[in-house]
Design a protein around this ligand. Structure first.
Ligand SMILES: NC(=O)c1ccc[n+]([C@@H]2O[C@H](COP(=O)([O-])OP(=O)(O)OC[C@H]3O[C@@H](n4cnc5c(N)ncnc54)[C@H](OP(=O)(O)O)[C@@H]3O)[C@@H](O)[C@H]2O)c1
Length: 230
């Protein structure tokens, strides 16, 4: 069955690899981001998430209005933010919360209302979901919260299957501007392939970690369709 797939953060990195795959498979794909990658076959919807929550509400409303029937929401937006908590300004904290938590929550809320079929949700978190890091307090907090959002949403019987994937470091533009050696990081194509494989088949909820050295995936939790509200 051909699906409408919305990939928030589909303009770059893993999100863009996923978009290419789904376009090739013949699905209708809408990607968002700040920069248009002019990805052939995919529709681009600009979405620049800042610290300004009023702007975010307006942009999310617009996105849900322009692409209302969504079978699958893939939330891949995220960015590197480093610093002790007192090095980060209020705007830095608000932007991280808006990108990491508020935008996905508001999107799921609106798409659940506008889509008659149960919404399938794929959330890309990070190893920072389960690894506390000194210099990533807000990033760790939002990734952890995003993972819990997925686990909680699956308890809603009107939501479709939910996949939460927590990758380790990936060689993408995420690291631009740092002196990190990206050559030892996971290949974004491999990460996208893992996400696609993990998302297939019948399940209600799946939480998986993607590790490197060697590259491998581990399913931490999987609930099947017989799972009922707890
Ligand atoms: N790379 C890693 O090592 C790594 C490891 C674990 C988890 N992750 C997570 O994996 C996901 C994909 O990241 P990636 O590695 O593919 O990085 P990427 O190439 O930098 O892609 C990130 C995507 O998020 C979008 N985005 C970032 N900040 C945004 C903002 N303020 N407003 C709107 N869109 C924004 C970007 O849009 P534009 O490019 O158009 O601005 C881009 O589409 C992210 O959630 C990231 O946190 C990454």
């Amino acid at each position: 069955m051909k699906k409408n797939i919305l990939i928030v953060g589909g303009s770059s990195g893993v999100g863009q690899k996923l978009a290419r795959h789904y376009v090739t498979d013949g699905h209708t794909v809408c990607i968002t981001g700040r920069k248009n990658p002019n990805l052939e076959g995919a529709r681009f919807q600009p979405l620049a998430i800042t610290e300004n929550t009023s702007d975010l509400i307006r942009e999310i409303d617009q996105l849900a209005e322009d692409f209302p029937i969504v079978n699958t929401l893939i939330y891949a937006a995220g960015y590197l933010q480093r610093g002790h908590i007192d090095d980060l300004g209020d705007g830095d904290l608000q932007t991280m919360v808006n990108v990491g938590l508020l935008a996905p929550m508001m999107l799921v809320q609106r798409l659940k209302r506008s889509t008659s079929n149960p919404l399938k949700i794929m959330l890309i978190t990070s190893s920072s979901q389960y690894t506390p890091r000194e210099f990533e307090p807000a990033y760790c907090a939002t990734k952890s919260g995003l993972g819990m959002l997925g686990a909680a949403l699956v308890r809603d019987g009107e939501i479709g299957k939910v996949l939460v994937v927590a990758p380790s470091r990936i060689n993408t533009p995420f690291w631009v501007g740092t002196d990190e050696n990206t050559e030892t990081m996971l290949d974004p194509e491999w990460v996208a392939d893992q996400i696609i494989a993990l998302s297939s088949g019948a399940f209600k909820y799946k939480y998986a970690k993607l590790f490197r050295n060697p590259a491998r995936s581990e399913i931490v939790e999987c609930l099947d369709n017989s799972f009922h509200q707890i």
